[in-house]
Design a protein around this ligand. Structure first.
Ligand SMILES: Cc1ncc(COP(=O)(O)O)c(C=O)c1O
Length: 365
């Protein structure tokens, strides 16, 4: 049996007619930029997360960068985050001129360990950026209290956490702004790049709206900020609105597959991902740990099963980022996770038989 890691084409097959119609409607309308789909998608995502403002942009990376610009994070500031992430979480901090300060992760959830944050706060700290990795929120309660105590902003990197919740409150409600990604492989994926900012803060929302279009103010060709060209294409918004109708059903399938993995692997010699109290997990990834990770991955490959390593090298090990952080050995849990993590096939178009097959291959190993 073959078990692919992702299966994007099946999303199209399932929704072929409405997707074709939506794309064709955009093409024939002649309205390709910031049209009706774009505006409705902003409202739909804001409503889904019970957040006041949605601002569509052209990637999750831009969403992070624009929130930071709107919050006036820049040279001289420090932003606390994790090094166990996709590089965009950190490159955007560096691009503002601010310094990323890395805090180690909780080995059971892969999210920033809130117990270690306070020791990293200095007079220069301006924000904490938790990354809600793999579909589960970081410890937003603890992070929120620390931020309040020290007068810091929280910026959520929610790229992997669409509709994930803590105590039934969705991502997007735990800071001054949250960045979402609709990269192809995400739980809600465009046919290319797209992203979104959610915020309950009117001033941040207004600044983000301006910065995404060159910093333009209410009047055309008058500029209030230094900005970017970061509009979400109308065609991507139309595609995302069609796929959005399936998001809850697709997430439900992910949850069912996660249950199968958990049940079948309960006694296997691998560590299963922990869901923290109060959290739901939308399983963007199902991430296990094994001290014999590379051999396990090879064993799965021999049986036609694809798996991935997110993330093989912590950010503070990469050449451009070596100047930040304290080098190898400084983030022991991050560094250990990079050696042990293995992400199993997890997408809505798997069959339960495929998931059972993956689990048996792991048990066999
Ligand atoms: C944790 C994290 N942050 C930020 C991003 C950036 O999103 P995008 O690829 O849409 O720019 C991604 C996704 O790729 C991500 O996984």
């Amino acid at each position: 049996m073959r078990v692919p890691f992702y299966d994007i084409k099946s999303q199209y097959d399932e929704l072929q007619q409405p997707l074709d119609e939506a794309v064709h409607a955009v093409l024939s309308s002649g309205s390709y930029s910031m049209g009706q789909n774009h505006n409705l998608f902003e409202q739909e995502l804001a409503a889904l997360h019970q957040v006041k403002h949605g601002i569509a942009v052209n990637s999750g990376t831009d969403a992070l960068r624009i929130i930071m610009d709107a919050a006036q994070i820049g040279r001289g500031d420090e932003v606390i985050t994790s090094a166990f992430t996709f590089v965009a979480s950190v490159e955007t901090i560096v691009q503002t001129g601010a310094t990323p300060v890395f805090v180690d992760i909780d080995p059971a959830t892969f999210n920033i360990d809130p117990k270690l944050i306070e020791a990293a706060i200095t007079p220069r700290t301006k924000a904490i950026q938790p990354i809600h990795l793999f579909g589960q929120l970081a410890d937003v309660a603890a992070i929120g209290s620390l931020a309040e105590k020290h007068g810091l902003s929280v910026i959520e990197d929610a790229a992997q956490a669409i509709s994930s919740t803590y105590q039934c409150v969705p991502s997007g409600n735990f800071g001054i702004g949250a960045a979402f990604s609709f990269y192809i492989t995400k739980n809600l994926g465009a046919a290319g790049d797209a992203g979104l900012i959610l915020t309950n803060d009117d001033e941040i929302a207004a600044a983000c709206r301006s910065i995404r279009v060159h910093g333009m103010g209410r009047e055309r060709y008058y500029y209030d900020h230094i900005g970017y060209t970061s509009r979400m294409d109308e065609i991507q918004a139309a595609i995302l609105r069609v796929k959005l109708t399936k998001l809850q059903e697709w997430n439900q399938r992910r949850a069912e597959f996660a249950d199968i993995y958990r049940e079948r692997l309960a006694n296997a010699a691998v560590m299963l991902p922990k869901v923290s109290s109060g959290n739901n997990h939308t399983y963007h990834q199902f991430s296990i740990r094994s001290e014999r990770r590379d051999a396990l991955q090879a064993h799965l490959k021999d049986r036609g099963i694809d798996s991935m390593i997110y993330y093989p090298v912590p950010i503070h090990f990469h050449e451009p980022y070596r100047g930040f952080g304290s080098g190898p050995g400084s983030l022991p849990e991050t560094e250990k996770a990079a050696k042990e993590i293995l992400n199993l096939p997890m997408h809505p178009h798997l069959s339960s038989e495929q998931v059972e097959y993956v689990a048996s291959a792991i048990v066999e190993f």
